[in-house]
Ligand binder design. Structure first.
Ligand code: APR
Length: 259
């Protein structure tokens, strides 16, 4: 994207936010990329030769729990060593501005939004910090401490799994309902660093856009996509900011601060 077009898009995004009452955000792995957390589909969608779906599905876990824990223990160690980046900080600054009228829906399980200061965070795909027992269902917050190769439950000795929503699993119902309500109520919907291919999260983008088309200009949400490149959801965006979110989001927030 040329500098001039990007400047213009950043100004339009800031204008939309300036007149917004309620803001919702959907984030994906791209917002954490500049912190040093690998995205899922950046290269070939593989991890050590395994398809992401194989290390992130109930079937994959049944077949080879040790391999799946190897993947997640690696992700936990990676996240323990990184910090939020200026993109996360810009989203925290937006929450400060909009207070309770701001909702951040994230597909990320790394906790970096909370580390940056966001409070109203809906983790629709769970959290790397929690384990869940496959026998008794007990959920525990383990932070990012190192876990055993195949950790077991302190209560019943059952095999633990990450408390993460895997391919083919339902999203946590209450959190998902809150996410839908926030998107339905917002005036600006920011979609940051997601390839928008995983449902139902990506459906939020279409929900926001169709509502905007249905309610009419100036009343539905303005959808702003923030990504390195256009995605399959770009046609649903009113404004596209194509560049690293750690650079573009702070520029939007700076324009708002200079009001
Ligand atoms: N700034 C903005 N966007 C970026 C950046 C960056 N610095 N770096 C990468 N991106 C974009 C990529 O262009 C891509 O569109 O982030 C997106 C990352 O896409 P995915 O790797 O597919 O991640 P995500 O959309 O979060 O995946 C959704 O799939 O594997 C499952 O459950 C997992 O939550 C995950 C879900």
């Amino acid at each position: 994207m040329s500098a001039e077009t990007l400047d213009h898009a950043i100004r339009r995004a800031a204008d939309a936010l300036r007149s917004a009452r309620r803001v919702a955000v959907l984030t994906g792995a791209g917002v954490s990329a500049e912190s040093g957390v690998p995205t899922f589909r950046a290269s070939d969608g593989l991890w050590e030769g395994h398809r992401i779906e194989d290390v992130a599905s109930p079937d994959g876990f049944r077949r080879d729990p040790k391999l799946v824990w190897h993947f997640y223990n690696g992700r936990r160690a990676n996240v323990a060593s990184v910090q939020p980046n200026p993109g996360h900080s810009a989203l925290a600054a937006l929450e400060s501005r909009f207070a309770s009228n701001f909702t951040l829906v994230t597909q990320n399980v790394d906790g970096l939004h909370q580390a940056a200061g966001n409070r109203n965070v809906l983790e629709v795909h769970g959290s790397l910090r929690r384990t869940r027992c496959t026998e008794c269902g007990a959920v525990r917050d383990r932070g990012l401490e190192a876990l055993a190769e195949m950790p077991t439950c302190a209560l019943c000795a059952g095999l633990l799994r990450p408390d993460i929503v895997w391919f083919g699993e339902m999203l946590p119902a209450r959190i998902w309902e809150e996410a839908v309500a926030a998107v339905e109520a917002c005036d600006v919907f920011l979609v940051v660093g997601t390839s928008a291919v995983v449902q139902p999260a990506a459906g939020l983008i279409h929900l926001a856009r169709h509502r905007a088309d249905w309610i009419g200009e100036g009343e539905g949400a303005t959808v702003v996509e923030v990504n390195l490149t256009p995605t399959v959801a770009s046609h649903a965006a009113h404004i596209g900011l194509y560049g690293p979110s750690g650079q573009t989001l702070p520029r939007v927030v700076d324009l708002l601060r200079n009001d």
